[in-house]
Design a protein around this ligand. Sequence first.
Ligand SMILES: [Zn+2]
Length: 335
Amino acid sequence: MVRCWPSCREIVRMLGDTMRLPLLAVAATRVCVAVTVCVLCSSPAAAQRIDYSKLEIKTTDLGHGVYLLGWQGGDSLILVGDDGVLLVDTSVAPMGDKIKTAIARVSDKPIRLIINTHAHADHFGANEALAKGGAGIIAHDNLRERMAKGQYLAAFNQTIPPSVPAALPTVTYADALTIHFAGETVQLFHPPNAHTDNDTLVHFKRANVIHASGTIGGDGGYPFFDMSSGGSFAGMIVAEDKMLSLADDKTRIIADEGEPATTETLKASRDMLVALRARVQKLVDEGRSEDQAVAARPTRDFDARWVHQGNFVTGDTMTRLAYQSLKGIRPPTRP
Ligand SMILES: [Zn+2]
């Protein structure tokens, strides 16, 4: 059975639609933001809305053998060497062949290593197909566990099935790992509880490129964190601080989609998150309800920059995410 997972952009569109439904203004508002992404990931109805045959992969040369493979979803990176290719994120299963074709355009060597940045399906969906030639798969400890066990999303009573053994990481790590490949030093860092609880920031030192594992918003929008997968508002700030500590003014930062972000954008995102945290924390401390916090519009002066057309994370959504995270509201993890 081929599982059809929607891309991040498609999820964002659908969630944007969903968030406008009055139904969600009722009881589910509290949890809808965090869980709907994953629910839609596993929904056949959602998958039917995407025609992957029409999606094209755009290859961008970032220098020093590193290429960005962009396809409107969990964008991949490759590092091309004389003996093989290192691939960061495998995309959704139906895009696997296109990823292979895109790699073949710049290298006739096999995929040797795969890194999964986090356990959202547009980052590991084609693992099985792309590792078939013998590539090792590297990821954070929690990612393997989530893939192996599957995930339960309580608010929608949805279960994401366990991955087949051939798709699972073969090497996992806890805090940090350094890979030496094709003359490049590739450093992996785990920021705890950021976009998810299993993120890996991937730093290509020579090429001066960082894959952000979803911890920065695509196309310069508000970033999203998935609390049903262990993500948190505070963790996003820590992750962005970590990337800033690695970056200089020429670093390219890879979000899930869109053009690479600059260090300036990353710093602006971090500063916005820090300011927003203080504002929402104040509302929490004052005993305001979630709806009252939204009504206070703490993102008012940020929205012009960080809300983009097609991006589901509006100012109000960002406030709800921040409120829920800072108040420690967590979706249940089992039936
Ligand atoms: Zn993600």
